[in-house]
Ligand binder design. Structure first.
Ligand code: PDD
Length: 279
């Protein structure tokens, strides 16, 4: 079985899965999601993703219809049916189907969609040579900690990066770097790891948390503090974290070279430690 969907309570080929045009996910972007990765047919950190899904849904007053055991059994079955050793699993939960009206009723039944697709990792040269990023003004709303399916500002930012020949766009608000369109960001200053603190303006990344844990284990000093954009260019290293990219070195920002223009030692140390987590 190739790409799989779990939709409206049944498993079926992804190409056959549908949602109603009156689904509030389609009408309003009214829903939440998670992306988790499968290594060697085993979902990676599923409980962290499910905990964040729960937090996102609660923040939007959406009651998740499944408990953790049920999520795990559906995800496991979907992964098993697809049989991809390396895959990405999207979980999308919308507020449900109703005639279009901004206000909603508490009786709506949330729509649950789970998809499993083969994962194409970024090419290895991005890890050995590093990637290019650009900065963009942060046009998003004030609750970027909620993993909402409303991703318009992220879509436009990522496209802006692609049009500039870059891998990622970093959001800048009031002179401070927050995160990427699809990733968190970390820098190295004077041998210390620096990353913007969690809060309403960035997503609490599962990979971000793992990278910080690995840094602590490696004895690397770290600070979670606001990161002015102007400090970025003085960093000796910059890297991105995210479920599909893991830990990805950055070598230029807006065309300006970071460090020596190649992935630095702390980035490489964390990349190696991260890979061991799922080896
Ligand atoms: N997004 N910040 C944003 C805005 C993101 O969209 C993501 C991940 C992250 C990293 O979070 P994590 O380490 O938990 O994957 C940070 C995924 C890749 C997506 O939207 O497809």
């Amino acid at each position: 079985m190739p790409d799989i969907a779990f939709a409206n309570g049944v498993f079926l080929p992804l190409a056959e899965a549908t949602v109603s045009v009156e689904d509030r996910g389609f009408q309003f972007g009214d829903g939440v999601y998670e992306l988790l990765r499968v290594y060697g047919r085993v979902p990676f950190c599923p409980l962290d993703h499910l905990a964040r899904l729960e937090r996102s849904a609660r923040a939007l007053d959406i009651a998740l219809p499944f408990d953790t055991a049920r999520w795990m059994s559906v995800i496991t079955e979907a992964v098993h049916r697809s049989d991809y050793p390396e895959a990405k699993v999207y979980i999308q939960v919308t507020r449900g189907v109703a005639p279009r009206d901004h206000t909603y009723s508490a009786t709506l039944v949330p729509t649950v969609i789970i998809t499993v697709r083969a994962l194409a990792s970024p090419v290895e040269s991005l890890y050995t040579d590093g990637t290019d990023v650009v900065t963009v003004p942060d046009l998003r709303w004030g609750r970027c900690d909620i993993k909402s399916v409303s991703l318009l500002a992220n879509v436009l930012a990522k496209q802006q990066a692609r049009n500039a020949g870059a891998f990622e766009a970093l959001f800048v608000r009031d002179g401070f770097i927050l995160e990427g369109a699809t990733s968190n960001v970390m820098t190295v200053h004077g041998g210390s790891l620096v990353t913007p603190p969690e809060g309403p303006l960035l997503l609490s990344g599962v990979t971000r948390r793992l990278a910080l844990q690995l840094a602590r284990e490696a004895g690397i000093s770290l600070a979670e503090r606001p990161l002015p954009e102007k400090d970025l260019y003085a960093a000796s290293e910059v890297f991105l974290t995210g479920t599909t990219i893991e830990i990805l070195p950055v070598i230029t920002i807006n065309g300006r070279c970071i460090g020596g223009g190649f992935p630095g030692p702390i980035t490489k140390e964390l990349m190696a430690r991260f890979r061991k987590l799922h080896a």
